[in-house]
Ligand binder design. Sequence first.
Ligand SMILES: [Zn+2]
Length: 248
Amino acid sequence: MIQTTDGIILRKQNLRETSVILTLFTKDFGKMQGVMKGARGPKAAMGNNPEMFSLNNVVFYERKRGNLNSISQCDLKDFFDPIRSDLERTVYADYFLELVDAVMMEGDTSEDIYNLLLNSLKFISKPVSPKRVARIFEIKLMEMSGFLPELNNCILCNKEVEGDGNFSLRSGGILCRACEAEDKSGVRLSKGTINFIERVRKSSFEMVSRLKVSQDVGKELELFLRKFVDYHLQRPLKTVEFLKKINL
Ligand SMILES: [Zn+2]
């Protein structure tokens, strides 16, 4: 059956001389893969060269499960130009793609995650801190994937956590003062950081992108989310290694 949808290109692999295999996160079909013939080489039509993290309208022939779809058209809708002329923004955008690719299986659909990815690419194209966009993206993606537990009550005794807490990756939640000895490897979360996470998960991207974050909260958040995301992925992301290398 012929289908059409909007999709963001997550991955592109060359196939033989003139074809590519595209991995997309689409609005209506979630994560999907398809072969696009004639997308490379001297005979490739102008404008028929799909690029990473671009938004496209895709026309494809849907195959049965286990077979690659066949993409006949991939019309560019947004190229996110400002991302491409700035190394830091490019690496963060690649990181968003890699993270979505890692948490979503082929065939998984989520319009929320599609909109999140699209919004993150739009925001990181603006003159805002790419780091802040990355933190919001991580919190919202973890929330939408069902990984992020609520942070107001202790995961072990259910008492309300007042003030700072310790996040236990092993227990999958926050520990109150009385319980924090249960996991000495817990990650410290100050009240300010907990409040920020709670606000991000409940508010729109637009709203939280304007929130000011103190340097301390920013650093704590980065450390926590790095450990939290790594724990749930169980394999290192290439973009994270690269971000470390170039010290971003
Ligand atoms: Zn407790």
